[in-house]
Write a protein that binds this ligand. Structure first.
Ligand code: FE2
Length: 386
């Protein structure tokens, strides 16, 4: 079926102008996952995804109730946290949701002001502005709830030059696999429940001053079997992008419903990370044992010149290599993009990663949705959850 590309890209700059600046965001600071066994998960993210050991906090650093491993690759920081006692709230989170993203931390100039501006617009507080200090200076953090039990923490670190946050020490390891070329977080997607997408779109507009710059309805995002709707929210400088998905009626169960069933709540569906060279990144990740969704049929690759139109001339990649690796390609008015999706990274079919290389395109691969979702449905069928 046809996927319409009449989205509002041409108005992008204009739309960004409409974003409000009461919450200036400098970028993503870190993403924290609550994990059953952070020590082993950290090894996986190093081996498979090419992250490097950065910092640690736990019993050895005087923290009694949890252990956290901080991993870094270029601008991306992942924090993996495990509770040490059964009565920990972190444990309750894991019992309910399994492993998943708890915190999307945003880098700000003023965490106190960020807290005040968002809570006065209706955000539910998670963490009052709190000053943390050590010999390297001080960090101010505050936090608010977003969808489900997910939270945004505002991090003000202009008076800090330590390794990560006060309380963490450098994590020196004898095991230091190389980067696979992941550079920064491009976007992070939230799955919300039936009829809730517009509620959260409005929440990001009202509470955080974001704007909705792309929308896909269920006529655009569906296959023979299932459907979803999505709206992309962006802050004013375009550094932070949060697409919000909700399930839509289809003949069979939407992948969003499958997520909601297994996460037992709304939550982060995927983390998209950017690379400058997707062919070398994916070649290495496959070698490292990362599992990706299967490639679309050969006809998808035969059709690339057609689908890319004028941007086909700009393409530097060999289509046969893209096909061999299962990399998807799409174009919009501004250029093209290459992308691929991992299978879920834990046993519950919840969180997964996207690897994306933008060659001018500012979209999210709408032209790939059908191929992508058919691939997801093949996995759902194997799990008996379609
Ligand atoms: Fe994505």
């Amino acid at each position: 079926m046809e996927i319409s590309k009449n989205y509002r890209m041409e108005k992008l700059e204009k739309i960004f102008e409409g974003a409000q600046d009461f919450l200036p965001l400098l970028g993503t600071d870190y993403v924290e996952l609550y994990i059953g066994n952070a020590k082993q998960a950290a090894h996986y993210y190093k081996t498979a995804f090419g992250f490097q050991s950065l910092a640690y906090s736990g019993l050895e650093t005087g923290v009694k109730d949890k252990a956290s491993y901080v991993l870094k690759q270029d601008k991306i920081r992942l924090v993996l946290t495990t509770p040490l006692t059964s009565d920990s709230v972190i444990n309750q989170h894991i019992v309910k949701h399994g492993d998943g993203v708890k915190i999307i931390a945003l880098w700000v100039d003023d965490a106190t002001q960020s807290f005040e501006e968002t809570t006065k617009r209706g955000a539910k507080p998670f963490m009052q502005p709190t000053i943390e200090k050590d010999e390297f200076g001080e960090v101010v953090r505050s936090g608010i709830y977003t969808y489900g039990e997910t939270v945004h923490i505002f991090v003000e670190r202009k008076n800090y030059n330590g390794i990560f946050l006060p309380g963490y020490q450098a994590w020196k390891s004898t095991y230091n696999p190389g980067s696979v070329g992941l550079k920064y977080i491009d976007h992070m997607v939230g799955n919300v429940g039936w009829n809730e997408m517009n509620i959260w779109v409005k929440w990001y507009e009202d509470v955080m001053g974001f704007v909705n710059f792309l929308s896909f309805d269920d006529k655009q995002i569906h296959t023979e079997y299932s459907a979803l709707m999505s709206k992309v929210m962006s802050n004013g400088n375009g550094r932070i992008k949060f697409p919000i998905n909700e399930p839509a009626e289809g003949e069979k169960k939407s992948q969003i419903e499958e997520y909601l069933d297994f996460y037992e709540s709304q939550g982060v569906q995927h983390i998209a990370v950017a690379t400058d060279d997707i062919i070398s990144t994916i070649t290495q990740m496959l070698k490292n044992g990362v599992e990706f969704l299967s490639a679309p049929p050969h006809t998808y690759y035969e059709d690339i010149p057609n689908r890319l139109g004028a941007h086909f001339q700009e393409m530097k990649e060999d289509i046969s290599i893209l096909e061999k690796l299962g990399i998807l390609i799409d174009a919009d008015e501004d250029g093209y993009l290459l992308q691929i999706f991992t299978k879920p990274v834990q046993d519950r079919p919840t969180l997964f990663f996207e690897i994306i290389q933008r060659m001018g395109a500012k979209g999210f691969g709408a032209g790939n949705f059908k191929a992508l979702f058919e691939s997801i449905e093949r996995e759902q069928a194997k799990r008996g959850t379609l």
